[in-house]
Design a protein around this ligand. Sequence first.
Ligand SMILES: *Cc1c(COP(=O)(O)O)cnc(C)c1O
Length: 398
Amino acid sequence: MPSKLSFGSFCVHEAEEVRNTKPHVLPIYATSSFVFEDIEEGMDIFSGKRTGHVYGRYGNPTIDTMQNKLAALEVFGSDLKASGVLCSSGMSAISTLILACLKAGDKVLTQGNIYGGTTELFIKILAKFSIEPIFVDLNNETEIEEAIKAKPSIKMIYFETPANPTLACVDVKSIAELGKKHNVLTVADNTFCTPYLQQPLLMGVDFVVHSTTKFLNGHGNGLAGIIISTDLDFMKAKVWQAMKLLGTNCNPFDAWLINNGLKTLELRMDRHCSNAMAIATFLEAHPAVAKVNYPGLKSHPHHSIAKKQMRQFGALMSFELKGGFDAGVKFMNKVKLCVLAPTLGDVDTLVLHPASSSHINIPKELREKNGITDGMIRLSVGIENEADLIADLQQAIA
Ligand SMILES: *Cc1c(COP(=O)(O)O)cnc(C)c1O
């Protein structure tokens, strides 16, 4: 900086950064752009001769560090290399990936029970651009193959396992194989599992997406989403480009919150899963409960699929109160420790009564067709003390 600056100019310009040692924890780089030492450096970075940060929408040290760590976790324990692109939310990761992969006229094979926002994205937004979903039973290989043969415009299979609200599972390996056989891209939303419980890329899936808002952050204080793939060239050329041009980039603060959350991922998931197993067992034995949907229970129709591809069975479950709609409403008003919040994957236990909340405007017949009955309660089991949770559920059901 020139030595003879006026007071005002001195105030305006960045001060000399004092940093002699490396920070122990990843800093939040709250900057919208990066400066070049000289014009040659700028030219090299813009032309791709060397890597470097330019503008916050393209990349940022906090964000890039986190997307690399999440990508490494998704292929952890294998020789594969993966690349990630962090986005502003789970929905923005999903829409960015689809727009990066598909064009007008292409179709997506999917199932009726994926995340509600994703279904709406297909029907209300992507359909306007002639990218349409076809809903099939993804557990039925014949149905998948017949659909692909009948419509060569199917370019993607998009799935979730386990999926709301019945925790239905699909066989990841067999879907990945069908995708490869028919030259159709496969995408798994791995939000419910995190790479600690399930690694779809290692089973041959092309892309994994997450709402990191849920278990990866884990503390319910930030929104973000990520796209991860082992096709490094495609990620750089198409996915990163789509993120950059759509402006679906994550912000450094939310990326930094994921950094905090990830440190305890294994501890949290172990506790989420052991609490969930204990609660599912308790509920299944309760006389006021008609049914429990938890993939860890032998009674779950997809228990064997879950066992094959998941290390543990996750934190989500649903159960049906015999007393129907009124019992569901009463239960919600009686819980003391469990929290009424429309999200999942936080450290505290969250309860949802879909018939009186998220699905209140959906006709009963349609809702029940997707397994959402009047007395159904969804639980995202937290990491509280197991006995406290069971006591709370016990008194609320009573
Ligand atoms: C929450 C969620 C999403 C959407 O993520 P946001 O971060 O809310 O945009 C997508 N898929 C699943 C399975 C989710 O639970």
